[in-house]
Design a protein. Structure first.
Length: 367
């Protein structure tokens, strides 16, 4: 068996060997961290994706060992394959940073700044991108493009005004479902995601369009406006799904014992990850929309939240515990017995419903 040819590529001064045919973006992802350019349309699990949004632009300062000339323009790293000896600049290139700010400005031309009421807030890739690369103001003076909200079936809502035309949802419908019923109508500024004469999307895997949408254009109607995502606790869970194509491994977004939302599990790039059986972790509509009870699932434990977004804020990993102050106030003596007030009184017990009292609570209400 012939050995796979390896190419040496240097990205932001870090050198790595990758198989020939690897894109610059995937080589950068192998290095990881900030070296990996942001990607709004490329999705490694969707064939043909990429090349639409230009957020992944990088500078190729040396083409290859054989032809060291730099590439004259910034290139889309998700669509450009590495050459042996290639040198690439991502965050080390002021040109790239400047161009990315321009791309963000373009993406935000028509995108409403409705994060405070948008269900995607906190896990929106455009929100993260704008914080990292956007400018404070906009130079756009014209009326923004707006659309009416459309229900795609009873579980998914399309808010086209927020769409950035990444095509990911169209690829999901093409590659995961039996029959695609939606696509992109019209061209240029008039282009829009639409179903053929508003047909419902009734395929058993169509819910995955919600997970791949980088913005809040496609949202889960069973979750819309029920909670802010950063107040929920993501938990890994699985069930034996009757659908052989569904991996049955999900993330439950919970508050207390209540399951607010079910999504596929995402990897560190915000993409649907790999299931434990090696398949891509797409999930069916039954798991996503109909299994909203904790009894439906086998809980594995809290999800490790990798992304830098606000979801990570309420999850306490690597917390530094407060210093023990009791021996200090007791002048060095160790307390013999410390009682936890919650264990010895009923103050926080659910059998006393404070909202039912028509007066302030006092000691006679508790033992
Ligand atoms: S609806 Fe979402 S996934 Fe589909 S093209 Fe628009 S932004 Fe992309
Ligand atoms: S991620 Fe490369 S062009 Fe969109």
């Amino acid at each position: 068996m012939s050995e796979q040819q390896l190419f040496k590529v240097t990205i932001d001064n870090i050198t790595i060997d990758v198989p020939a045919g690897t894109t610059i973006l995937n080589a950068a992802r192998q290095i990881g961290g900030e070296v990996a350019p942001p990607a709004m349309c490329y999705y490694s699990k969707l064939e043909g994706s990429g090349g639409k949004c230009r957020t992944c632009l990088v500078e190729v300062s040396k083409g290859s060992e054989k032809d060291p000339r730099p590439m004259p323009k910034l290139v889309a790293s998700c669509r450009t394959t590495v050459m042996d000896g290639m040198e690439v600049k991502n965050i080390t290139s002021p040109k790239v940073i400047d161009a990315r700010a321009g791309v963000v400005e373009f993406l935000l031309l028509n995108h409403p700044l409705d994060c405070p009421i948008c269900d995607q807030a906190g896990e929106c890739h455009l929100q993260d991108l704008s914080y990292e690369h956007g400018k404070e103001g906009t130079r756009y003076e014209f009326q923004r493009r707006t659309f009416h909200k459309v229900d795609l079936g009873d579980k998914i809502q399309l808010h086209m005004t927020r769409c950035i035309m990444c095509f990911r949802c169209v690829f999901v419908a093409d590659q995961l479902t039996e029959k695609r019923e939606h696509g992109i109508l019209d061209r240029g500024d008039h282009a829009q995601i639409a179903t053929f004469i508003q047909k419902n999307l009734q395929n058993e895997f169509i819910g995955n369009v919600i997970d791949v949408c980088p913005v809040g254009a496609l949202t889960d109607k069973t979750f819309r406006f029920k909670n802010r995502v950063w107040f929920t606790k993501p938990v890994n869970a699985h069930r034996t799904c009757e659908n052989p194509k569904c991996c049955g491994e999900v993330q439950l977004w919970m508050r207390g014992d209540e399951v607010f939302r079910v999504t596929a599990r995402k990897d560190e790039w915000g993409e649907v990850g790999q299931a434990s059986n090696g398949k891509t972790g797409w999930i069916c509509n039954v798991c996503r929309f109909d299994k909203k009870h904790i009894k439906d699932w086998v809980i594995e434990g809290p999800t490790k939240v990798n992304r830098h977004s606000v979801i990570a804020q309420g999850h306490y990993v690597g917390v530094i515990k407060p210093q023990e102050t009791l021996p200090e106030v007791l002048h060095g003596r160790q307390p013999k017995l410390v009682m936890d007030i919650h264990d010895v009184s009923e103050v926080n017990k659910p059998n006393i419903d404070l909202s039912l009292l028509e007066r302030p609570a006092h000691s006679t209400d508790f033992k």
